[in-house]
Every structure is written in C-alpha cells, then in structure tokens.
Design a protein around this ligand. Structure first.
Ligand code: GMT
Length: 379
C-alpha cells in the first residue's frame, strides 16, 4: 500500500507511535510518506520505502498565526496526487483530521478518492479537543474520517462521552519493539549512576501539567526517607522549572538528575529498577509500556488507559491520582522485597509481550484493508 502518515514530529506520544508504525510498515514493503512540519524525531535512518514531505510555508506580515492547517492540507493534496496514495493516516485529531478532510474534499474535485484514517491519541480528546474552542471542528473531523481508531478502550469511551459521535471506533493499542526495548546487563553504567548500588527510579515524559512531575519528586522524597535511591528524570517541558524548584526546596537534588530529552531512553530504562507515572490523565501510557519491556515494574496513577497496561499487583501498582503516599508505599514494598520485585519484573515483560509490534501491526494493516474495501460501519 502507499500510505501517507501525518503526525507531530516530536519526541513523545503520538509522534513516536506514528513514526514507529510507519517504519514497521515500510519494513513490510509498504510505501510510507510522512507529512509533518519537521522530520520526526525517530525517523533518523534512510529507508528505501520511506519519504518525508516537509510542510513548509511562507509567512506574510498579515498572519499573526501562520495558517498551518492550510499548508498541511495543500501538502496532503500534493503528496496524494503525485505519490498516488491509497490512504492517509493522521495521528492526533487536531488539526490533522481537519486538514485531511479538507485535502480529501479538494482531491474529490480532481476525481481522486483519498480515504482518511484518524487515530485518536489522548489529549486531542481528553483535554484540548473537548475545549469548546475546538469541539465542533474535532467532532466534525472525526465524523468525516473514513476510519477512526483509539489507542485504548478508555480513550474510546472518553470520545463517546465527550463528543456527539456515533461512529465506530476501533481500539488498536499502542505497541512496542521488544528488540529496541529490553533489559541489558550494563552494570558499569548502573554503577556510574548509583555507585553504592542504590535502586534507580525513572520517570519519562514531556513535563506537561497533566504528567504531575512534582508528584514524582514527592514520591521519591518519601522513598529516600526510608532507603537511599536515585531518581532520573528524562524529558523536558513547561513543568521542568517547577519540578527543579521543588527538588531544591526539599533538599534532595543530589539524588535526582534531570537528564532532559534523550534519544537512548531504552538504554536508561535497561538499568532502572522502578518507573513512576503519576499522570492526571493518560490515554495509554506508552512510557510505562517501554519500561515494562525492559522488565521495570510501574508505580502509576489509575488514570485513563493506564490500568489496561499496568496490572495492579502484577506488573506494578495503581493509586488514585495525587496519592503520593500510596505510590511511595507501593514503591517501597517492591524495593524492599527482592523476590516480589523479581516476580514483578517477569510479569512486566510478559505483559509487554501483549503489545509486541509484530502482533499489533497486522491489526493496522487489516484496518486499512477494511477501509479500502469500504467496510467502515456505523455503531
Ligand atoms: O500528552 C502527551 O503525553 C502527548 C500525547 C501525544 O499525543 O503526543 O500522548 C498521548 O498519546 C500517547 C501515544 O498514543 C499515549 O501513550 C499517551 O498516554 C497520551 N497522553 C495523554 O493522554 C496525556
């Protein structure tokens, strides 16, 4: 198939899922055309079946806000026409599904039919999308898509609860490349981070408010009040300053390292003992799955789709959002009991296998085929 993939080029979330999906489809022989305003972060190697189309636009003094949606729609039209796309798959509804609908409508006037598939990722529904600034357009764009997928059951339900939508939504969960994310014996590396054998705790995110990074620091504070440990914070974003301020205030900065954005997240997870994800809202929690693939149990909130990935009492523990005492108690339970911890490590890896890219990829291919055959059904 010749597939257009529209995504954000950023390090986390939907951009990563879209890029990894495109790369895996390309490996299977599909022709993949990425369309975005920058080369996606994980698209870092030449592949004979992958082409990147840059959405560039000339600004004009009249535009206080450059009309990205218009430039994107034009680029989709151009790519669909000249690369002969069979379909376009957009990741994150805002504004991608809207631009794709516009492109589809334009192409229709040229006698070209371009099916549009929209994958809902999370904040496009649970946070930004349900804001009345965007709701009418998001609702319309989802309804106009030929196929809609959501990354978890929880997100599917959130979509029906927040929007007036009667379209069928297929749940295709996010996935993991178990070769890229796996436990390594890197004792020298571990020693450099934790010279006295302290357990290493990791959090990765885009440091937005919804991730509650300050909770990570509070949980860690409770842990180190009982045993020495090291905390690695990976990623960057608007909340980093507050998190740094809190760790200075609590005077435990010497055990905490802010590493910023990292390419080699897998290598860092490979030496971790626990992963913390206290999010306010999380449609899936890809970061938790990446940790689990590296045999790292997860201490998390029970928000959104997290319980579909992190199984309470098996692969980690779930607590109510903001209950840092409970999260710390759960973390200590695992860190203090070696046998239990080993069992959780194994369970985490077993659970990660459920989301193996080799199992999930065919679901997307089948979905594409069903859309191309015109099988999209109403609920
Ligand atoms: O807000 C983010 O974390 C980014 C966002 C995105 O779309 O880039 O992430 C969402 O999509 C990820 C991939 O499907 C999911 O793993 C995250 O759970 C989801 N984030 C939220 O729902 C907050």
């Amino acid at each position: 198939m010749r597939i257009g993939i529209v995504c954000y080029p950023t390090f986390g979330g939907s951009g990563v899922v879209a890029t990894e999906l495109g790369k895996a489809l390309a490996d299977k022989g599909h022709q993949i055309h990425f369309i975005s305003y920058k080369q996606p972060a994980r698209l870092n190697q030449f592949h004979e079946n992958i082409t990147f189309h840059d959405v560039s636009f000339t600004n004009y003094p009249l535009f206080e806000f450059p009309p990205y949606e218009t430039a994107l729609a034009s680029k989709i039209v151009d790519t669909a026409k000249f690369s002969n796309l069979d379909l376009v798959h957009v990741h994150y509804a805002i504004p991608h599904a809207t631009s794709a609908f516009l492109a589809k409508s334009i192409l229709k006037t040229h006698g070209i039919h371009l099916p549009v598939i929209t994958t809902l990722h999370g904040t496009d529904i649970t946070l930004v999308g349900k804001d009345s600034t965007y709701t009418p357009v998001v609702t319309f764009s989802i309804m106009q898509s030929d196929g809609v997928t959501a990354v978890s059951e929880s997100l599917k339900q959130d979509t029906y609860n927040n929007f007036n939508i009667d379209k069928s939504i297929e749940v295709i969960p996010n996935f993991i490349d178990l070769e890229a994310f796996q436990k390594h014996d890197k004792s020298h590396f571990k020693k450099a981070i934790a010279p006295n054998g302290e357990p290493i705790i990791i959090h990765t995110s885009n440091f937005r408010k919804v991730k509650r990074v300050e909770d990570v620091i509070l949980v860690f504070k409770n842990i180190v009040s009982e045993m020495p440990a090291k905390l690695l914070l990976i990623g960057d974003g608007p909340e980093r300053k507050n998190a740094e301020r809190l760790c200075r205030k609590l005077e435990n900065c010497e055990s905490i390292r802010f590493l910023g954005k990292q390419d080699a997240v897998g290598e860092l997870l490979a030496v971790a003992d626990l992963f913390i994800l206290p999010s306010e809202s999380e449609s899936f929690g890809l970061a938790a799955l990446e940790a689990m693939a590296c045999e790292v149990p997860v201490i998390s909130s029970n928000a959104g789709g997290i319980p579909e990935i992190n199984i309470h009492g098996e692969t980690g523990f779930l607590s109510n959002v903001g209950d840092v005492d409970d999260m710390a108690k759960n973390a200590l339970t695992l860190l203090k009991d070696k046998t239990l911890k080993q069992q959780f490590n194994k369970n985490a890896l077993k659970q990660a296998h459920q989301f193996d890219i080799n199992a999930i990829l065919p679901k997307y291919e089948q979905f594409y085929e069903s859309i191309l055959e015109g099988n999209s059904a109403l609920v």
